[in-house]
Every structure is written in structure tokens, then in C-alpha cells.
Design a protein around this ligand. Structure first.
Ligand code: SAM
Length: 215
């Protein structure tokens, strides 16, 4: 998601340290514990926040962290979230390549990847959020039986990702090539997802479970 740089973005992000966690490395292992929240969900590349906000409302007993590298986009998410803030929501304005600095080994229950940038050129595939290098981190940070839930409109990215998961011995829990054909009130619609629904394009979705480390 590209937006013009907003002059108000950094001041707004800095004004809310209770939500925008500027030193996420200080929270390692403690994301849920302070508030007695149940499961830890981390959305990577959260964009303008629709999914994060809606899911945190649907599941208030869980902790919802969104990671967005673009500060202007992150500020849009924060601004929307501040209309009805909830204590179970946190935002990291940073790059997911640093995920392993912010979360403990086996701390995360679910990682959400919604409409990640497809990076169509082969030379750029290593930037895909389901590239092997990211997957290795996810593997470490997810709990045993932890899951990755991925949605996309992009068949090439979907195939690439499913291949990587399967080659790395992850367990496929669910797969759909037209997810919104049926109603899924338990799962929020992201901004990008709504665009593709409006265009009547199918939504691809898969859920992959990490194989337990002790087995
Ligand atoms: C295509 S948008 C999708 C936004 C949102 N998830 C949705 O479904 O509407 C992808 C977003 O991921 C962010 N992003 C891409 N790579 C990232 C990374 N390595 N770490 C954090 N955010 C990233 C981009 O800045 C962009 O806002």
C-alpha cells in the first residue's frame, strides 16, 4: 500500500505510546501477560487497520498486534482505531524482518497475512512475506500448533506460498480458492479484500499449522 507521506503521521504515532509500541523488544514474552489476554495474534502488513480493528472487537479476550512498516499507513490505522480504542490492541511501526527481536520463541498463537505485497518479479520473491527466510522466523515464534492464516487475491503468490509451506512440512488446515463464496462472520474483511470483493474477484485463503517442535 502506497500513500503520500503525511506530516501528521509521526506526531500522531508518537502521541500514543500506549498503543504504538516504540520499543517492542522490551515486550518480548509479555505481550499478553500484563492484561491477562488469552491468545496472541500478529498481523503483518496490516495496512490501514480495518482487519486489526474489527478482529480485536470480535475477540476482545485476545491480544491483537499489527505490524506496518509505512509510518503514514500505520498512522491511518491508528487514527481509525482511536475512534473506539480497546486495551487489547497494539501497533508496531516496523519491518517484519525484525519480528524475532520483538516476540519470544513460541509466543505467538496466530500470524495473519492479508493481501501481502505480491512482488511479481522473481528477483523480488525474497521480499514476499511467505518467503523461506520469513517462514523460518514464523516457525520459531509460533507456539506449538500455532497457525498462519493467509488471504490474497493473487494466485501466483498463493501457489508460491502453499508450496513453501508444504515443502517445509507445515500442516494444511484449510484451503479455499473462493473464500467469500460462503459467509465467514468470524473473520473480518480487510481494506484490500473489500476492493477485490467489490470487483467480484475470488479470495484465496489458506491456514497452515506449524508442526510441533518436540515431535
Ligand atoms: C497490499 S497492502 C495490504 C494491507 C492490508 N493487509 C489489507 O489487506 O488491506 C500490504 C501492506 O503491507 C505492508 N508491508 C509490506 N511488507 C512489510 C514488511 N516487511 N513489514 C511490515 N509491513 C509490510 C505495506 O506497507 C502495506 O501497507
Amino acid at each position: 500500500m502506497r500513500v503520500r507521506k503525511k506530516h501528521w503521521a509521526n506526531p500522531l504515532l508518537n502521541a500514543h505510546p500506549e498503543i504504538v509500541i516504540h520499543n517492542p523488544q522490551e515486550r518480548v514474552g509479555q505481550w499478553c501477560s500484563n492484561l491477562s489476554l488469552r491468545n496472541l495474534h500478529v498481523e503483518i502488513g496490516g495496512g490501514k487497520g480495518d482487519y486489526w480493528i474489527e478482529m480485536a472487537r470480535k475477540f476482545p479476550e485476545d491480544c491483537w498486534v499489527t505490524v506496518e512498516k509505512d509510518s503514514s499507513v500505520a498512522a491511518f490505522a491508528l487514527r481509525k482505531m482511536l475512534e473506539s480504542p480497546q486495551p487489547n490492541m497494539f501497533l508496531i511501526n516496523g519491518d517484519a524482518k525484525d519480528l524475532n527481536l520483538w516476540f519470544d520463541h513460541q509466543e505467538i498463537d496466530v500470524i495473519h497475512l492479508n493481501f501481502s505485497d505480491p512482488w511479481p518479479k522473481k528477483a523480488h520473491h525474497k521480499r514476499r512475506l511467505t518467503h523461506q527466510s520469513f517462514l523460518q522466523n514464523y516457525q520459531k515464534l509460533l507456539k506449538n500448533d500455532g497457525e498462519i492464516q493467509m488471504k490474497t487475491d493473487n494466485m501466483d503468490l498463493f501457489e508460491f506460498s502453499c508450496q513453501i509451506f508444504s515443502q517445509n512440512n507445515w500442516i494444511c488446515m484449510d484451503i479455499s480458492v473462493d473464500y467469500r463464496r460462503n459467509s465467514h462472520p468470524e473473520d473480518a474483511i480487510s481494506e484490500y479484500e473489500q476492493r477485490f470483493i467489490d470487483l467480484k474477484q475470488p479470495i484465496y485463503r489458506c491456514v497452515w499449522r506449524k508442526r510441533n517442535e518436540s515431535k
